[in-house]
Design a protein around this ligand. Structure first.
Ligand SMILES: [Zn+2]
Ligand SMILES: [Zn+2]
Length: 152
C-alpha cells in the first residue's frame, strides 16, 4: 500500500469539479473527492469513508455510499465491481482502462486499454444490441505475491 501524497487535491479544486458537474458543493462530497484523488485509486467505500472523516468528522457508511453514488452518477468517480471484492472507486478519467487483480492479496492495478475507446472488444451479438462498454478483469499474481510463492 503506497502512502504517497502526490496528486493531493486542494479543497477549492474539489469544489470547482463539483460545480462544473452541476453538483451542489457539500463538505462530504469535497472530502470524498479529495480522499479519492489522494489515494492511488481503487479503495473501497469503507477505506474512503475513513479518509473523508478526517475532513468531515464522523461519516456513516451509508452516507459514504450515498456520496459515492452521487459522484459516480455525475461522472466524477468511476466505480469498479470485481467479483468477490467490495466495489472500488477511483477518479474517473474516462480512459476506458481495465484492471488486474491479484488472486492472493487482492491488489488492483490499472491496465491500459489497448484500443483506448469503449467498447474495446468485438462482441458476437446481433446488431440490435447497443454495446456501450466492455470491462475486462485480468486475474493472476502481483509481483510481491509471485515472489513469495515458492518456485515449483
Ligand atoms: Zn498480490
Ligand atoms: Zn482503475
Amino acid at each position: 500500500m503506497s502512502t504517497t501524497t502526490t496528486g493531493e487535491e486542494p479543497m477549492a479544486q474539489a469544489a470547482a469539479r463539483l460545480r462544473t458537474s452541476g453538483m451542489r458543493v457539500t463538505a462530504q462530497r469535497m472530502a470524498m473527492l479529495m480522499a479519492i484523488s489522494e489515494s492511488a485509486g481503487h479503495l473501497d467505500a469503507d477505506a474512503l469513508r475513513e479518509r473523508a472523516q478526517r475532513v468531515t468528522g464522523s461519516l456513516s457508511l451509508q452516507a459514504a455510499y450515498n456520496v459515492l453514488r452521487a459522484l459516480t452518477d455525475a461522472g466524477l468517480v468511476r466505480c469498479t465491481q470485481i467479483p468477490g471484492h467490495p466495489a472500488r472507486y477511483e477518479t474517473d478519467h474516462h480512459d476506458n482502462h481495465h484492471h488486474f487483480v491479484c488472486r492472493r492479496c487482492g491488489a488492483i492495478r490499472d491496465v491500459e486499454c489497448t484500443v483506448g475507446a469503449a467498447p474495446c472488444l468485438e462482441a458476437h451479438l446481433p446488431a440490435e444490441y447497443d454495446i456501450q462498454e466492455a470491462a475486462v478483469t485480468f486475474w493472476g499474481l502481483c509481483p510481491d505475491c509471485r515472489a513469495a510463492t515458492p518456485a515449483s
